[in-house]
Design a protein around this ligand. Sequence first.
Ligand SMILES: [Zn+2]
Ligand SMILES: [Zn+2]
Length: 365
Amino acid sequence: MRLISTEIGSSAPLAHHPDRFDLSRGLASSPAPTGELEHAGSCSRLTVPFNAATAWAFLPIDAVGSRGDRLPAFQGGHFEMRDLLGVNQLLLAVLIFVPFERLFAARPQKIFRRGLLTDMAFLFINGWLVLAGVIAVTTVAILVNQSVLPAAVTQTIGNLPYLVQVPIVILIADLGIYWTHRILHIVPAMWQIHSVHHAVEELDWLAAIHQHPLDVIFMKAGALFPLYALGFSTEAIGTYLLVYFWQTWLVHANVRLSYGPLRYILVSPEFHHWHHSSEAEARDKNFAGFISFYDVLFGSAYLPKARKATTFGVDHPMPTKYLALLAYPFIAWASKRKRNDPPAIQPQLSNGGEPAQPRHSAPLS
Ligand SMILES: [Zn+2]
Ligand SMILES: [Zn+2]
């Protein structure tokens, strides 16, 4: 297993760090997407992706092996990416969530449920597909930071104390998650991508990674683009990614957890379970990742009292194998194009899947 170690927050010149990526030399000049982009501004530096902190963004549920206990916020500036496949994270998540679901199960469900092998494929393959997209997104965001936004703005943001940046980063990122997620639901072509995530019928913590790579890239773009463009510190963004990493597992976990009076402030498992519900009233609701108040604010919250979401999935057949799920939106788009181009021949999707029909959503508010 490859060992990559990078510093975060160093302001030393790029030339002295062979692992670092120099934007002025272009992507091809980087030996691997694991260094740092560093912008030495006149008054503050911007240290940006391609390190372990932001590598979390690359994988479906950020399952890259960064060690949270080494976050600079807690330990003073050093990340170690020692497990690029995220095996350490997965083992830790297994140790936490399997007993957690046994003890506090919301529904009776087997550990070795249907689709487990497919989820393993999502876990270990998806991240590499997501990598290129997220690198592109963050690279453009950095260019915007350096070339478009006034330096006074980005430097002021970058100089904010870490403890001030973190809550702002979470607020901004989750607003991005909210709207990208909502677009994935209300735009029919985007729904073909996102329906892969909603195809899961036995919801548990591992269902978090059952997402098409285009879906992950789009949502990561919504969260990370503004953060890198505005110049938030890598430490603050890394902290957000660390918390989001565990939040994603948690909200999918088959556990009874509703957060009581905080349920309209923070996204709980109960809140996100309703998002996955196959009940008509719950459709296209609860888009936030962290802050359920966004759903209250934009009129999409759905959290009925004294009832739990019990059935999940979509109302049309979906493939069940990894490669078929990967191909699903492309086949659905091609199928729709042919339908709209008479005389069309209705193509058949392999594996029993059929293109998702447009969903009726609540109007944008
Ligand atoms: Zn969704
Ligand atoms: Zn979900």
